[in-house]
Design a protein around this ligand. Sequence first.
Ligand SMILES: NC(=O)c1ccc[n+]([C@@H]2O[C@H](COP(=O)([O-])OP(=O)(O)OC[C@H]3O[C@@H](n4cnc5c(N)ncnc54)[C@H](OP(=O)(O)O)[C@@H]3O)[C@@H](O)[C@H]2O)c1
Length: 332
Amino acid sequence: MPYTAANNRYETMIYNRVGRSGLKLPAISLGLWHNFGGIDRYENGKAMVRRAFDLGITHFDLANNYGPPPGSAEETFGAILKNDMGAYRNEMIISTKAGYWMWEGPYGEWGSRKYMLASLDQSLKRMNLDYVDIFYSHRPDPNTPLEETMGALDHAVRQGKALYVGISNYSAEQTAEAARILKQLGTPCLIHQPSYSILNRWIEDGLQDVLDEQGIGSIVFSPLAGGMLTNRYLNGVPSDSRAGGPSVFLKSDHITESKLGGIRALHELAEARGQSLAQMALAWVLRGGRVTTALIGASRVEQIDDNVAALNNLSFSDEELARIDEIAASAN
Ligand SMILES: NC(=O)c1ccc[n+]([C@@H]2O[C@H](COP(=O)([O-])OP(=O)(O)OC[C@H]3O[C@@H](n4cnc5c(N)ncnc54)[C@H](OP(=O)(O)O)[C@@H]3O)[C@@H](O)[C@H]2O)c1
C-alpha cells in the first residue's frame, strides 16, 4: 500500500524550540542506530518510521556508521524515503554524523576536514538526499584542531549539503570552544547530542549550563539506557532484546543484580504514576524543559506507541524526583 501520513499527526506531539534557533523538534525523536541495518528486516524498519511519523515524530537521527554493516541504516532510510515517504521530505528533520570509524586508512574516522566532508557526501548518496537538516561532528578529535572540524561543519552548510550543524559527545569545555568558533564562522551550533538518562547524569555537571548560556539545544541519546529503563529486563534477558543479541553496547552482564533492583524499584514508581517505566524515564529527561528532545531507539512499532504516550504525563512531584534520585544512586 502506498503510504499516506495520518491526518492527525500534528495534533498531540509537542514541538520544542531548539535553543535560540528558529527550528523546532518533536519532544521525542527516533534514532536508527540499532534495528535498521542491513541485517535487520526492512519491513519492520519501514513500519517503525511510518508509525513514528504518523505520531508526529518529524526527526530521524542517523550517522554514517549505523548498521550493521556501517552505512546500511542510511541505505535503509534512503530506501524508505524513495519507496514510501519521499513526498514528506519537507516535513522531516534528518540528521547524520561523522566521527567514528567508517573506512580503512587515515581519512576514514575522527575530525579532519578530509574525512568529514567525504563522509557527508557518502551519507547523502546512501540516503538519496541533496541535503541533511543537521550534520554533526560525532565525537571530539584530540588530534585535529577544533577550528578544522568546525570549519568542515561550516563548509557543509555553505555547500548547501546541511542546513544546521551540531556536535555530539563533546565535554562542557569543548562545547564552549566549539560554539565560539562556529559563531565566528557564522554558522551557529544548533544542537548538542549527549547521552542522558536517570542512570547517566553527566550533562548536569556543567554541559547543560554551557548549552543554556550559548542558546544551544540538546537531543539526549539513550534516555532508556539502551532498554534497561523499560520493562524489557524485569524477568531476565529475552533473546530478542538488545542485551540478548550481539550488541557490544549493552550486554547481559551489564544488567547486574544492583541495577536490576533499581530498575524494579523504578518500575514500581512508574506504575504508581500510571506510566510504563519507559514513559517515566522519557518524562524524566524532559522534565523542566532543559532538554529539547529525547532520542529513542526502538525494535518494534509498539515501543514507539508506548514511548510517545509518555507525553501524557511529564510532571513530577518533588517526592517522586527525590525517590528517583535515591533509587538511581543505589543502582549504580
Ligand atoms: N551520538 C552518539 O554517540 C549516540 C550514541 C548512541 C545512540 N545515539 C542515538 O540515540 C538513539 C537512541 O539510542 P538507544 O537505542 O540506545 O536509545 P534507548 O531509547 O535508550 O534504547 C532503545 C532500546 O530500548 C528498548 N525500548 C525502547 N522503547 C521501549 C519500550 N517502550 N518498552 C520496552 N523496551 C523499549 C528497545 O530495546 P530492544 O531492542 O531490546 O527491544 C530499544 O532498542 C540511536 O538510535 C542514535 O540515533 C547516538
